[in-house]
Design a protein around this ligand. Structure first.
Ligand SMILES: [Zn+2]
Length: 233
């Protein structure tokens, strides 16, 4: 059985269940017995479980991560996150800090911390995606010319556990979180995926080709490995 906060009311005719901040709140008419209330909760247990799970996921995903003062990597530089509220939302990438400006209406809503963190995350994601689109759209054609390896298409998206991908149709995808890494590391990932157009595996021949176009690829791999834990969301 779940833990819950019970609020009884003489005016209430029906029972209502709510999950707020990871806690179950039950509002019930005073004539309902404890047994009847427990029965409703048991009936609704699947729904309650999924609600509690959502709340927990939001919390673990964002807790202390996207709040003022937390650290963030942008283009291989560690930056401190600053939050401001102004009329319009925007984002400024400064030397040692990243300033996320959220609309004032969000501040006046008297927010829960988790919700605020989610708004910051969304704004950062949009910005990183724009940066990635801009950089890769500019850089990819240069590397295509350099290598003679030509993809059918490419897209920018979010991956949980990879930096890029190449399929057997010759389509490439890149993770926009790459913009957290230095640009020389991003170039390695682009070369890596381009080389998969010729070898769709990680064979010796594949690595020889990577080495040909990007001789210090091991430094780039090392950078990604070393900072892996700080580059996830
Ligand atoms: Zn690969």
């Amino acid at each position: 059985m779940f833990d819950y906060q019970l609020i009884r009311s003489t005016r209430r005719r029906t029972i209502s269940l709510q999950v707020r901040n990871g806690q179950i709140i039950v509002r019930a008419p005073s004539f309902l017995s404890q047994q009847q209330i427990d029965l409703v909760i048991t009936k609704k247990s699947a729904w309650l479980k999924s609600k509690l799970n959502d709340a927990m996921q939001i919390e673990t995903a964002n807790e202390a991560k996207f709040v003022a003062g937390s650290c963030l990597w942008i283009n291989g530089k560690k930056k401190t996150l600053h939050i401001h509220f102004e009329k319009k939302s925007s984002l400024e990438n400064l030397d040692d800090k990243i300033l996320v400006i959220l609309p004032q209406r969000i501040e006046t809503k008297c927010l829960e911390k988790v919700y605020l963190s989610l708004q910051i995350k969304k704004q950062l994601a949009t910005w990183l995606k724009e940066q990635a689109c801009h950089y890769i759209t500019t850089k990819l054609p240069l590397l295509v010319t350099q290598t003679g390896l030509n993809p059918i298409s490419f897209k920018i998206r979010l991956y949980k556990a990879r930096w890029g991908s190449c399929n057997n149709k010759g389509e490439l995808s890149f993770n926009y979180l790459l913009m957290m890494a230095p640009l020389w590391v991003v170039d390695y990932v682009i070369i890596h995926e381009l080389c998969h157009l010729k070898h769709l595996n990680h064979s010796n021949k594949f690595w020889q080709l990577v080495d040909q176009y990007y001789p210090n690829y091991k430094d780039a791999q090392l950078w990604l490995k070393k900072h892996q834990s700080q580059l996830t969301w």
